[in-house]
Write a protein that binds this ligand. Structure first.
Ligand code: ZN
Length: 274
């Protein structure tokens, strides 16, 4: 049951799903507003992300589908040795089975986030079932760790406008996809996983991996070493989002910015494996 995710969907490119998604910023308060309250910070506006705009060499490592009773603790040991923080998109029923591992994830400074209760393709579920997948998982995480989650990654990256609205508006959750998918669930071997993650890393990137895959855990020490050698440091997804920089006005108008990763923002079809 922990291997909720294994063989997936379609044949996927290593492209990110839902590309230019979102980095919505609330409008700046107008200067002419009555100054009765000194520049309150605008509330967080949940949105969808594949990566974060930043010029700094910072990335987020993310691990899906756990907690796994043996592999997740092993990964936590590695992350502790390396002194880095990551984000765990957990499956609710696995949290219920291993709440102590969920607590350890949080206690060691990592971020914990929602990856549904039973790892279905949410776009194939009815409204009620879809909402329960989300709500039951957030509740299980809160029960186990005391944390209220603010991030959700739909299984397989499968999302549509209806689900996005439920997640962002009704549940105040950011939808977090990824910019690099090493297809580690296909078990290509640790060195290939390392190479794909390192080659795909870019400033503000969100790297996808799975802590239910032994080969992925095995790949981590070398992956982290190579990323550090390239000058990268590591942040949780929430930390990364907090560092995002405003878009600069385009200097020349000859290329639409959204074209760069080749996908429409509104991704209706399941993207890659998870
Ligand atoms: Zn998954």
């Amino acid at each position: 049951m922990v291997s909720a995710c294994a063989q997936e969907k379609s044949d996927l490119s290593m492209r990110a799903p839902g590309a230019a998604a979102a980095e919505l910023h609330p409008p700046s308060p107008s200067l002419s507003v009555t100054p009765y309250n000194s520049t309150p910070r605008p509330p967080r506006v949940p949105s969808q992300f594949n990566s974060v705009r930043t010029s700094r060499r910072i990335i987020a490592l993310t691990f899906d589908d756990g907690p796994h009773p043996e592999l997740t603790p092993k990964l936590l040991d590695i992350l502790r040795q390396q002194g880095i923080r990551a984000t765990f998109f957990v499956v609710g029923r696995n949290v219920d089975a291993h709440p102590e591992i969920a607590r350890r994830i949080v206690a060691e400074g990592h971020e914990i986030a929602n990856h549904s209760w039973s790892h279905p393709d949410l776009t194939k579920l009815g409204e009620q079932a879809m909402r329960r997948e989300v709500e039951d998982t957030s509740a299980a995480i809160e029960r186990a760790t005391g944390r209220r989650v603010t991030k959700m990654r739909p299984p397989y990256g499968a999302i549509n406008q209806r689900i996005r609205e439920v997640l962002t508006k009704d549940h105040n959750l950011d939808v977090v996809l990824w910019s690099v998918d090493p297809l580690d669930w296909r078990k290509p071997g640790p060195s290939v996983v390392t190479q794909r993650l390192v080659d795909g890393a870019t400033p503000g990137g969100i790297l996808l991996a799975h802590d239910i895959q032994a080969g992925t855990i095995e790949a981590m020490p070398e992956t982290i070493a190579q990323l550090k050698a390239k000058g990268y440091s590591f942040a949780t997804v929430s930390q990364l989002l907090a560092m995002r920089e405003e878009a600069r006005p385009p200097v020349v108008a000859d290329a639409p910015a959204a074209a760069q990763s080749g996908n429409a923002a509104d991704q209706e079809a399941p993207a890659a494996a998870r």
